[in-house]
Ligand binder design. Sequence first.
Ligand SMILES: O=C[C@H](O)[C@H](O)[C@H](O)COP(=O)(O)O
Length: 272
Amino acid sequence: MSFCRVFYTTYKHILVPSLPRELRCLSLQAGAATPRNMSLNEAKKIAAYRAVDEWVKTKTAVGIGSGSTVVFAVDRLAERVKQEGLEVVCVPTSFQARQLIVENNLVLGDLDRYPKLDVAIDGADEVDKDMVLIKGGGGCLLQEKIVASCAEKLIIIADYTKNSQKLGEQYKKGVPIEVVPMAYVPIREKIQQLFGGELKLRMAVAKAGPCVTDNGNFILDWHFPQSADFNWTEVNRDLLLIPGVVETGLFVNMATKAYFGMADGSVKTQEK
Ligand SMILES: O=C[C@H](O)[C@H](O)[C@H](O)COP(=O)(O)O
């Protein structure tokens, strides 16, 4: 493969491998080492590989999530297609996921043709003890939730920093809420009144102004009060009732199983 065809993709300020396969190990080695022995990228990789091997069967339709961990799941799928002739149709949850599918020569599908998926594999920003997830740290949550809702099973892959007892314990950037742009100020005020905390309009990094989602919306990151003991099912429902709220990054009662790559090289699993 020519070195001219190297694409560097940054995702949440991290270099993620839109690199040719032979260079990916370099990016892994360059990854920041954890206090123990595995880099976060290595932890993501072992979780992703294990989940793909356990959940993806041939002649199935698979939802492909978004983020830096899913990159490794797509790598493994592509490997299995080559090595064992695995036949899968991949339905993306974002522009990034679509690119990953296409660049890895996997079969691209959509919900028009595959409204029922066998499994969806996705990352998460945080997973609590009840398998409630925060998602959307990378700006993708609406299509992720749609695709997950069409899948018989939602399998989460993550490194050990995403595993917590209580939401907000590990992930400090709040719950992402996708909103219609014209309504972000009233929505911000309504959520503050209803639940407290602080909402920040997510700003773009390499562009002036706000971050615009794949669906043309804005994101409010809700820094909810940590002291509150929220019922996330009710919170999610109440947020969705506010006009202009398109979707929340709270995934309640959706995930079947989570795989966490641990610092010691093991993979921890969690089910409800
Ligand atoms: O918006 C992004 C998605 O919800 C991701 O699945 C989530 O942010 C986890 O991403 P990562 O695998 O990069 O930690």
